[in-house]
Ligand binder design. Structure first.
Ligand code: SMG
Ligand code: MG
Length: 373
């Protein structure tokens, strides 16, 4: 397949409700979308980098810059397969989310051309996947209980509470007391230090499925030490940047569960490797979320259909995020989302709606469209 050009597009989409984490509040997403245009057809990619570099060092303006100046030029006008993208981009260090976005677009173009779905390509074994929902930090316990109750009424099969120092044991206790043995886990997004080990052990009596990324991402050894005090299984998110990092963390005993986010690890192909490494070591994985639109959600739900994705993911329905999605919406049925079956991502982008929320476009490649406005 020859990559002839890449269109870039920035859109803004408001979230249906503010989403607060230990690193800030988000009320909308400013999203970079890519369209890969090849001699065999087109494909979509969504970049999961946020507006500010607070989840990780990447942010959407930076991702756009590195794609335009360093990544896309290495791929244009070459005969390539999606499987070649990571190695062609390896000379550029870091920028996993930017790399993941272009690899995704190339993969969608390639699979669409062959009539193969993402799920078939990944060897997915499920037609639908169990869904959890990530619940932000709230202003009060009463408000939190209302939100959690609403999500449980909608059918979500697992609740994840965002936590931070000062908002951890009490909200967990309140949700356990009110909602009984609901599947429950927490995510700290690196907000604690190893000095908080005794405090985090206070979560042990609540039978959480896991505690996600309690300590900073580069502190793998500290997670090993934390696991000696805290009985709740530790799950790593931000720390796992590659299959190698996953393998090392497991061998060191830093985690017993891994959250796979294709964007964080440089793409779906590296995500699949992490799945395989974890499966071989008996470590369960689950699909993370980065507030994706229907484009990113389609790929994530397909990958979550793989065998070792045994825990419900942060793969919530479109209406948990956006009033109107840019594809047909993903709708929850009995706490599950259907894995798309059509070629490539298997969703149709609503081009008219997309145009209406686009505030910038650019293109690279092909005569006459090389300019970035
Ligand atoms: O997509 O449902 C979603 C959000 C899930 O909590 C979620 N993601 O660290 O796991 C995580 C956070 C990062 C999101 S910041 C935009
Ligand atoms: Mg997380």
């Amino acid at each position: 397949m020859k990559l002839e050009s890449v269109e870039l597009r920035r859109i803004r989409l408001s979230l249906v409700a503010p989403f607060e984490t230990s690193f800030g509040v988000q009320t909308e997403r400013d999203i970079l979308l890519l369209k890969a245009i090849s001699d065999e057809g087109e494909g979509w990619g969504e970049c999961v980098a946020g507006e500010v570099p607070t989840y990780s060092s990447e942010y959407v303006d930076g991702a756009q810059h590195v794609l335009i100046h360093h990544l896309i030029p290495r791929l244009l006008n070459r005969d390539l397969a999606a499987a070649d993208v990571a190695s062609l981009l390896r000379p550029v260090h870091g920028h996993a989310m930017a790399k993941a976005a272009i690899e995704m677009a190339v993969l969608d173009a390639e699979l669409s051309a062959h009539g193969e779905s993402f799920a078939q390509f990944f060897g997915a074994v499920r037609e639908e996947v169990d869904c959890g929902v990530s619940v932000g930090i709230h202003g009060s316990i009463a408000e939190l209980l209302k939100t959690v109750g609403d999500y449980l009424d909608q059918g979500y099969r697992r609740i994840k509470l965002k936590v931070k120092p000062g908002w951890d044991v009490e909200p967990v206790r309140a949700v356990r007391e009110r909602f009984g043995d609901v599947a429950l886990q927490v995510d700290a997004n690196t907000a604690y230090t190893l000095n908080d080990a005794e405090h985090l052990a206070k979560l042990d009596p609540f039978s959480l499925l896991l505690i996600e990324q309690p300590l900073p991402e580069d502190q793998v050894l500290a997670h090993v030490k934390l696991a000696q005090t805290v009985r709740t299984p530790i799950c790593l998110d931000e720390s796992i940047t590659s299959a190698q990092a996953a393998s090392d963390a497991i061998e060191l005993g830093a985690c017993r569960v891994i959250n796979v986010k294709p964007g964080r690890v440089g793409g779906y192909l590296e995500g699949r490797k992490i799945h395989d490494v974890c499966a071989a070591r008996g470590v369960p994985v689950w699909m993370g979320g980065m507030l994706e639109t229907g484009i990113g959600r389609a790929g994530n739900v397909a990958m979550a259909g793989m065998q070792n994705f045994t825990l419900p993911g942060d793969t919530s329905a479109s209406d948990r995020y956006y009033r109107r999605d840019i594809t047909e919406p993903f709708v929850l049925h009995d706490g599950r989302l259907k894995v798309p079956t059509g070629p490539g991502l298997g969703v149709k982008v609503d081009e008219e709606f997309l145009e209406s929320i686009t505030y910038w476009t650019g293109a690279l490649g092909r005569a006459g469209s090389g300019a970035i406005p």
